[in-house]
Design a protein around this ligand. Sequence first.
Ligand SMILES: Cc1ncc(COP(=O)(O)O)c(C=O)c1O
Length: 379
Amino acid sequence: MDLGDSIRKSITDLLGSGQGNVATPCYIYSVEQVIENFKDLKEVLGTPLVVSLKANHCPELLSRTAFNFDDGCEVASLGELRLRAGTRRKTYINTPAYTRKMVEVASRYNATFIIDYVAQLDIIAEVKQQGVFNNSVLLRLNFDAARNENAPPKDHFGMDTKSLFEAAAKARDMKVKVAGLHIFCGSNGFVDKSMACVEAVDKLFDAVGKTLGYPLEVINLGGGIPSDWREKNIDFASYRASLQPLQRKAEVIHEAGRAIFGSAGYFATEVVSVKSIGAKRFVICDGGMTQNFLLAKTEHVIRKYDRPTLISERLTDETRDYTFVGASCNRDDIIGEYRDCPHEILPGDQIVFGQCGAYNAVYTVNKFLALKHYGEYII
Ligand SMILES: Cc1ncc(COP(=O)(O)O)c(C=O)c1O
């Protein structure tokens, strides 16, 4: 991946300013890019946009960007709630693992609870008995079950239709306000499945309102928008048009993490050494899967490694293929590949991977071998 000129300069200046302050391996986040992604995505979706904090936990990045997040945040734990402590903006709490403590704490925020299955309402009932629960809930539909009750679901989130109506009746009897419905088609699912989300919710909307005895006000269609959504030629105009019938009934909102943070983050690591086994050249880096598990692509059936950008470029006469590996003893610790590289790579060089702003830092195996923890810097 090529960095744009201005990002390249900012990253080079930051890494070069080192003097012990900026150490690799590290993540570098662009505040401007996060804000631009949020604003542009909100505009093309044409609805309020809730920011999913699970994608990026960097407190400094959040503190510098969150004032833009007008429509609130989605959190999945008490820890994530703490990252937004003090906010007056809307908070959506969404986890299949509510505890009483979590419900008690979150109920003091301007929070809406996503109900993943009927028994979660029992925890809310306990907290409500103490008189501190005045929050509303959204009932979460399982994406696959909402479309075909008989097919096995591909994930364990949300409810089938029968449970959904059971939850609606239970909330009604408990006098807990059901503000609306929630559905999430899964990460990166937006391109193929967003229309199916709209249809699934539309089918059930009126009937759930009837069970409750009052109309629903909110429909949260999740997101699943890919990090490189600008390059995917998504027909947002048709999508916006498909939302209109639902928007006449209720406020439609989306929530996204990857599409907001992904392209705003970079992972920088330093070359420790370059070695060859036979004809194959390996670049040993001070950072790898221990700090950036997702770069190793272990969860992909076909592993297509990312190509890093070299901060120092030294042209050579012959091109070479390089495989970039991390500092662990795991054979899967392969983080990048550069085929036909026209540059020589030497120990001490810094290399940078793009598209590392969402999940890369938080979804990683950071205790492995007690290797260095990553730093986080803002540009
Ligand atoms: C309920 C829910 N909403 C939103 C998201 C954010 O998804 P993405 O980062 O793909 O936009 C997730 C991710 O797991 C999720 O589980």
